[in-house]
Design a protein around this ligand. Structure first.
Ligand SMILES: [Mn+2]
Length: 320
C-alpha cells in the first residue's frame, strides 16, 4: 500500500496515462479523474480518460476545455474503483494492465500492484486533492470545480457521517481556488428534470415497508424509464429516499439495468452497515451507502432475497 507521497512519486515518473472511472459514473469518480487529468496535463504529461458507460450531461462541465487526445497509454490507473467488476464493460480490456488504484472504499478488493486506499476519506477527490498538492499543482479553478464536485456528491452535500474536518478543509481550499460551490450544489441537488420527478413519483408510490417499518424498499423496473423518458442517472437520487423515512434503518433501491441485471443500492442508518449487508451478495461500498447486483434473476426474486437478508441482518443486530 502506498501513501500520498509515494503515489505522487509514481505519477511523477509516468507519462501517457489512462485514467479509468467506474461504470455508472458518479461525481466522485468523474471529479477524481478530471481533476487528476487536469493536474497531469498541467505537469506537461499526456493523460486521457475512459469509462464503460456514458456520462450524464450534468457532469459535462468537469470535462470542459480538456483535450481528449487519442494515444496508446503506457500506464493505466483507476480512481474510486473498489473492485475490478465495477469497471463494467472495460474490465476485460484492462484486467491485468492496471498499475495503480486510488480509492476510498473500505471494501476495496486489490487488483492493482500499487494502490493508495484510504477508507476514512469521504471521497476519492479528497485523496486526489492531496495528491495534486504533493505534485505542486494548483491553484486552478477547473480543478477546484472537479474536486468540489466529488466531495459534495459523495457526501450528500456534506451531510453524511463520512465527512471529517479534512473534508471541509479541502472544500474550503478549493472554494478559495475558485470552485463554484453554489452552482455545483444547485446542479447536483436542487435541479430535477420533469422526467425525473415523474419517475420518482412512480417509484415512491410503490414503496414497500417490512421488518416492522425498519426496512423500506423501492423498485425501479425498466418500464419506469420507458414511460417517463428518464435516463439512468435521473434516478441516482432515489437511493437516498427510503432511508429518510423515520424509523427506517435499511433503505433499499432495486434498479433494473438496461441489460436486465438487477442492482441494489443500500443506504443505512446506524447501527446498520450497508457494506456488510451488501457483502452477503458479493457487493461492497461504505458504512452508510453500498451496492450489490443480482445477475441472472428477476426483480421479484432479487427483492425476496434482499428482504430475507435485511431481516436476517436486523436480527443479527438485535433490532428484530
Ligand atoms: Mn467515491
Amino acid at each position: 500500500m502506498l501513501n500520498c507521497a509515494e503515489t505522487a512519486a509514481v505519477l511523477r515518473n509516468w507519462d501517457n496515462i489512462l485514467v479509468l472511472s467506474h461504470a455508472s459514473p458518479d461525481g466522485d469518480t468523474l471529479g477524481s479523474a478530471c481533476a487528476l487529468m487536469r493536474g497531469l496535463l498541467a505537469l506537461g504529461k499526456r493523460a486521457r480518460f475512459a469509462c464503460a458507460d456514458t456520462i450524464a450531461p450534468k457532469y459535462g462541465y468537469l470535462f470542459d476545455g480538456m483535450p481528449q487526445e487519442d494515444f496508446a497509454p503506457e500506464h493505466v490507473m483507476t480512481v474510486d474503483v473498489a473492485d475490478l467488476s465495477l469497471l463494467g464493460g472495460l474490465r476485460e480490456q484492462f484486467e491485468g494492465r492496471i498499475e495503480l488504484a486510488v480509492d476510498h472504499h473500505g471494501t476495496h478488493v486489490p487488483f492493482a500492484p500499487q494502490r493508495w486506499v484510504e477508507p476514512h476519506s469521504a471521497a476519492t477527490t479528497e485523496l486526489v486533492f492531496l495528491l495534486l498538492q504533493e505534485l505542486g499543482v494548483g491553484p486552478d479553478r477547473a480543478i477546484a470545480d472537479c474536486i468540489y464536485t466529488g466531495l459534495t456528491t459523495d457526501t450528500g452535500c456534506f451531510r453524511y457521517r463520512s465527512v471529517t474536518p479534512r473534508t471541509h478543509r479541502i472544500a474550503a481550499e478549493v472554494i478559495e481556488w475558485g470552485a463554484d460551490a453554489g452552482e455545483i450544489n444547485r446542479v447536483m441537488f436542487e435541479s430535477k428534470s420533469k422526467a425525473q420527478v415523474e419517475a420518482e413519483r412512480i417509484v415512491l408510490d410503490g414503496m414497500e415497508f417490512f421488518c416492522g417499518g425498519k426496512c423500506a424498499m423501492v423498485r425501479v423496473p425498466r418500464s419506469v424509464y420507458e414511460t417517463t423518458g428518464a435516463a439512468d442517472s435521473d434516478l441516482d437520487g432515489v437511493a437516498t429516499l427510503p432511508r429518510q423515512i423515520e424509523g427506517v434503518v435499511i433503505g433499499v433501491t432495486l434498479k433494473e439495468k438496461e441489460n436486465g441485471e438487477v442492482k441494489a443500492s443500500v443506504r443505512t442508518n446506524l447501527p446498520a452497515d450497508s457494506a456488510r449487508l451488501c457483502a452477503r451478495f458479493g457487493g461492497g461500498g461504505h458504512k452508510g451507502a453500498a451496492g450489490c447486483s443480482f445477475p441472472g434473476i428477476t426483480m421479484e426474486k432479487a427483492a425476496a432475497q434482499m428482504t430475507a437478508a435485511c431481516e436476517d441482518y436486523l436480527r443479527e443486530l438485535n433490532l428484530l
